[in-house]
Ligand binder design. Structure first.
Ligand code: ACO
Length: 318
């Protein structure tokens, strides 16, 4: 199997900024509690004329433009989401249509919660190798605000809406590694479309313990598979659920804190969108440059986890 590298990135967020103080007007909470427990200061929620599909299409369009490719070049389109607008048509089908991608390509959604974008990369790599296509468009997009119970202060302060996207391209690049896993459980739950109203529930402390053990395990597996350690990485992008989770991992691994990117203060936890939004920010800010090596790790509902070591080979910042 050939490896893949990242050749374009993009992101989109809705227009409504919701601060911790805004939430304190709805539930019994405070900016102080949310900031110190999670690192989150604000998040974005979709307004009436915005939805998951519109975010996905915007982020995907930006990633495609950033890659310098045309719609005809894309051979696989995958959206990772737990909060799509419809059970069917899928989010990926709408991205295919609105971006004018070819009809003779697989376009479908995957659900691996917050690990979904990284699952998407590995699924796309397999499909590219199997079909002879060269480029895939992967989107992580969530409108979690519509799944949240706005009376439950233990969850409604954590999540936000947004989308991130990347184009990945088959290449002769030698460095690439991935790890994927699942441990079925009900620690994080949300009903999709159905007779019961959607309410996201989470056993926060169990998820915290899971996250702080699975991230080091993923990093260890990626290091073993790639033969490269954290010191060889230019940046590490973990799922942006909680600042304390990332700080715990940095301490446990005695890692360089500067390598671990954090942006949950501005976005909250955007589930499948969190890793690609962080990736696009790093690229657009010039903190990830062509040729840089990235380690990315996701974890979330399922329970699922995923990691990748992958090179950024985009045009943005040579
Ligand atoms: N504001 C004020 N008080 C609150 C709030 C709030 N928003 N939420 C809970 N509390 C209270 C609780 O009621 C409790 O009060 P009590 O002691 O009187 O009973 C107290 O704060 C402590 O609650 P805990 O749940 O023990 O708080 P904890 O320190 O564990 O922090 C948190 C909760 C932030 C959710 C933490 O457990 C966590 O980050 N877990 C990981 C969650 C995560 O990573 N999820 C994402 C991964 S999966 C995905 O992305 C879908």
């Amino acid at each position: 199997m050939k490896n893949v590298e990242i050749t374009g990135t993009g992101r989109a967020v809705p227009s409504m900024v919701v601060t911790n103080d805004d939430l304190a007007k709805i539930v019994d909470t405070s900016d102080e509690w949310i900031s110190t427990r999670t690192g989150i200061k604000q998040r974005f929620f979709c307004d009436k004329d915005e939805c998951a599909n519109s975010l996905a299409i915007e982020a995907a369009g930006k990633a495609l433009k950033d890659s310098g490719l045309s719609p005809e070049d894309i051979g696989v389109c995958i959206c990772a989401t737990v909060s799509g607008d419809f059970a069917t048509p899928s989010m990926a089908c709408m991205v295919q249509r609105h971006l004018g991608l070819r009809e003779n390509i697989p376009s479908f959604d995957i659900n691996a919660a917050c690990s979904g974008f990284l699952y998407g990369i590995e699924v796309a790599r397999g499909l590219l190798n199997g079909t002879g296509e060269k480029h895939a468009l992967i989107v992580g997009c969530e409108q979690l605000s519509k799944l949240m119970d706005m009376t439950d202060r233990s969850t409604c302060v954590l999540f936000g809406d947004g989308a991130g996207a990347a184009v990945i391209t088959l290449s002769d690049e030698k460095v690439y590694a991935s790890t994927l896993g699942t441990r079925g459980g009900y620690e994080i739950m949300a009903y999709g479309a159905g007779p019961k109203p959607s309410k996201l529930t989470m056993q926060g402390q169990d998820v915290f313990k899971f996250a702080t053990s699975i991230i080091p395990r993923c990093i260890g597996e990626l290091s073993e598979k790639s033969g490269l350690g954290l010191d060889d990485m230019d940046k590490v992008i973990c799922h942006q659920a909680n600042e304390r989770i990332i700080d715990f991992v940095i301490r446990r691994l005695k890692a360089d804190p500067d390598k671990f990117y954090k942006n949950m203060d501005r976005y909250g936890n955007t589930s499948a969108a969190s890793v690609p939004i962080a990736l696009d920010e790093l690229v657009k800010e010039g903190d990830v440059k062509r040729g840089d090596l990235l380690m990315m790790v996701g974890f979330g509902g399922g329970l699922t986890w995923a990691g990748a070591v992958i090179r950024y080979a985009g045009r943005s910042t040579e």
